[in-house]
Design a protein around this ligand. Structure first.
Ligand code: ZN
Length: 401
């Protein structure tokens, strides 16, 4: 991103014109007011970041738009589109939800007649098939855009390059692969499920700074804007082992405004003939799936809870079911102290069932009870494409297996 960014300096208007000499001296001496970098003559230099409006710039706007529907589009991908005429965005759109129109339709509608001879930027290849909505390629052709810039080709075999081919055949200039990595990351779960049929799985855990896996999260992680609250908004489902149910008072919930809550997939492995769920909030029962090895009694008895009997409960069979159920992404929370989860994780890496790891290193020293460690039947493992950031009082490290 930085290579396409330009920086320039703007000279602010003098701030001293309305101040008397004494008042100005007092302000300059005051530690609460900093004049910042100064030029001769007393005017301050203000650094303003100005991005060059190239293809990558407009594709990043598409990705930003697409993310407005985070957690809402599954099993469809998140897609954003902007229509650009004479270097200015004249139409914006994103796919809000499965079954609703695609991003291109909203952006073209927003641009109206300005779409003619314009360039449409779209983060994922436009579809060329009749699904629940008509093909976006036809909408782009009808709108008479002169160029289409595509972030990435759709891995879905019913789309895969057919959208690009259709546009080119109709005489539209098509560029493919602008900000491709960013577009792929946006839809990493959709891509994984499309290729493998199984959901994209992220293993998450918290480490104390003395290196122990903790049962609690770092400060602020669960509140609005906290990384854990955002993960719950983003993922289609979260696995909850039955032996952790007695330790939690409510099921994990995202506190982001308007968040589509994840499915709570309760793993009833070796839990006898009954299962006791924590306090349920209104509407939460409809997003609970209980996976058990036989039919069991679930308490409280609330309408809407889905009970599924699997012949054998392994991480592989759980993910196969979730994939068939249309879930693209699963959060696997390793809070320690769950034998059920430790068992499920045993072959997870060797069977390539985990794609991503999110590790929170928090600022606490943990002297409490020692929780179970992560144990994989693997000699050496290495995370790829590491990224880190600060989140409240913790450091978050993300990487791919
Ligand atoms: Zn479409």
């Amino acid at each position: 991103m930085a290579n396409s960014a330009l920086y320039f300096r703007a000279i602010s208007s003098p701030t001293s014109s309305n101040l008397g000499a004494d008042a100005l001296r007092r302000r300059l001496e005051s530690s609460s007011w900093s004049p910042g970098p100064r030029r001769a003559g007393g005017s301050a230099i203000v650094r303003v970041r100005c991005e060059k409006k190239d293809d990558a710039f407009f594709m990043r706007r598409c990705v930003e738009l697409a993310r407005k529907a985070v957690g809402c589009t599954s099993p469809n991908p998140m897609v954003g589109c902007v229509v650009v005429k004479d270097g200015e965005i004249v139409g914006r759109g994103f796919h809000p939800k499965a079954g609703q129109p695609h991003a291109e339709v909203f952006a073209l509608r927003d641009a109206g007649i300005l779409a003619e001879n314009a360039t449409a930027y779209v983060s994922l290849e436009p579809c060329n098939h009749h699904g629940r909505t008509p093909p976006c390629t036809e909408a782009l052709i009808r709108a008479k855009v002169k160029q289409v810039v595509v972030g990435m080709v759709d891995p879905n075999p019913i789309v895969a390059s057919k959208g690009v081919d259709r546009l080119r055949d109709s005489g539209i200039d098509v560029i493919v692969g602008v900000e491709e990595m960013l577009c792929q990351k946006l839809n990493e779960a959709y891509i994984h499920r499309t290729i493998t049929g199984r959901p994209f799985v992220t293993l998450r855990y918290t480490l104390s700074f003395n290196g122990r896996i903790m049962t609690q999260l770092g400060k602020g992680a669960e509140g609005p804007g906290g990384y854990y609250s955002q993960l719950l908004q983003e993922y289609d489902g979260i696995l909850i082992p039955n032996d952790l149910l007695s330790k939690i008072s409510t099921l994990p919930t995202s506190h982001e405004i308007g968040a589509n809550q994840p499915f709570h997939i309760v793993i009833a492995k070796g839990s006898g003939y009954s299962l006791c769920l924590p306090r349920l909030t209104a509407g939460s029962a409809a997003k609970i799936i209980v996976l058990a090895e036989r039919h069991i009694k679930v308490e409280p008895e609330v309408e809407g809870i889905e009970m599924v009997v699997l012949e054998q409960i392994t991480l592989s069979s759980i993910l196969d079911y979730c994939g068939r159920r249309g879930l693209c992404s699963i959060l696997l929370d390793f809070a320690g102290g769950s034998e059920c989860l430790s068992e499920l994780l045993e072959d997870a890496v060797s069977e390539h069932l985990i794609q991503k790891v999110v590790m929170e290193i928090c600022s606490f020293w943990n002297i409490g009870e020692k929780t179970s460690e992560l144990e994989f039947s693997y000699d050496s493992l290495k995370l790829k494409n590491l990224e880190s950031r600060i989140s409240n009082e913790s450091v978050l490290v993300e990487g791919y297996l």
